[in-house]
Design a protein around this ligand. Structure first.
Ligand code: IPD
Ligand code: CA
Length: 286
């Protein structure tokens, strides 16, 4: 599955990802309407889509169509493309839409070039990607075997490397889905995690959370319910910084669970979560 299509340069894909993510980031900041409304909702009444989510995705679809016409495109919003090159772009046009709606500067554009089938859990893998926070000017990029990099504005890129700490001293990021039953389950699991860690943060953009693990502004992170577009680029950024990113059983991260952290910390949190999931039981569906 990690087989890159012949002639593909993952470093070049990462440069493309970064360049177009920066463009879309500028678009969502510069063209934000004075009164940003909610255009529609998806899985629940709080799972919002703004006009700018769609515009950002349309921009990314068009630009990648010009730059990489043979690649596929799978985004969070409406519209996509089937490709022939063996590369698919997995795109979150605004990750942290609720933060965007409230003008909380913790949202991002997330883009990853992946191999395999991103619609099937465990059947795909990112090979290059970028996550851009257009408000703070922070951007993260990575490519397979090329390391993870953070840039602020025009400054020189910094290479990222995770560092271990004990679980008791770990600042742990997490997030919550939009569905009420999912949230009740997540809250129950959280009561098992909270006493074991330094503290918990919920920033509201899974893509940035994974990049935070890479840079060390979170020690470890977990969440149930992530979609491929939430995790694709951040997964690679974290991995290339030396983190382990997996599900509860050590397989590729998937909707059921994503855990990211330096290897020993990842294992320690994984053990707590395994125990918590067993005690909490399955999600209740009302
Ligand atoms: C959400 C964010 C949030 C996470 C949710 C995601 P969206 O994506 O990444 O941090 O907790 O699970 O759905 O809806 O803002 O693109
Ligand atoms: Ca998202």
């Amino acid at each position: 599955m990690t087989q890159l299509p012949a002639g593909t340069d993952p470093a070049e894909l990462a440069r493309t990802a970064l360049a177009v993510a920066v463009e879309a980031g500028d678009l969502i900041v510069d063209d934000r309407p004075a009164r940003l409304g909610v255009a529609e909702t998806k899985s629940s009444s709080t799972d919002v889509v703004t006009v700018m989510d769609q515009r950002s995705q349309d921009h990314l679809l068009a630009r990648l169509g010009e730059l990489r016409p043979d690649d596929g495109f799978a985004g969070e919003e409406r519209g996509g493309r089937t490709g022939e090159s063996g590369i698919t772009w997995v795109v979150d046009p605004i990750d942290g839409t609720v933060n965007y709606l409230y003008e909380i500067p913790a949202y991002s554009v997330s883009l990853a070039a992946v191999v395999g089938d991103p619609r099937t859990d465990g059947a795909w893998q990112p090979v290059a990607g970028a996550v851009v926070n257009p408000v703070t000017g922070e951007s993260y990029s990575a490519w397979l075997g090329g390391g993870a990099w953070r840039t602020v504005g025009d400054a020189e890129p910094q290479r990222l490397q995770v560092a271990e700490t004990s679980l008791a001293h770990a600042l742990c990021g997490t997030g919550f889905g939009y569905d009420a039953d999912r949230r009740a389950w997540q809250a129950a699991v959280l009561t098992h995690v909270l006493p074991q860690v330094r503290d918990i943060r919920r920033f509201g953009s899974a893509a940035l959370d994974l990049c935070r693990v890479a840079e060390g502004s979170l020690d470890v992170y977990y969440e149930r319910g992530l979609n491929p577009w939430d995790m694709a680029a951040g997964w690679l950024v974290a991995t290339e910084a030396g983190a382990t990113v997996s599900d509860l059983l050590g397989g590729p991260p998937r909707a059921e669970m994503t855990i990211a952290g330096p290897p020993a910390l990842h294992a320690a949190l994984g053990a707590v979560l395994t125990d918590a999931v067993e005690q909490v039981g399955p999600e209740r569906v009302r």
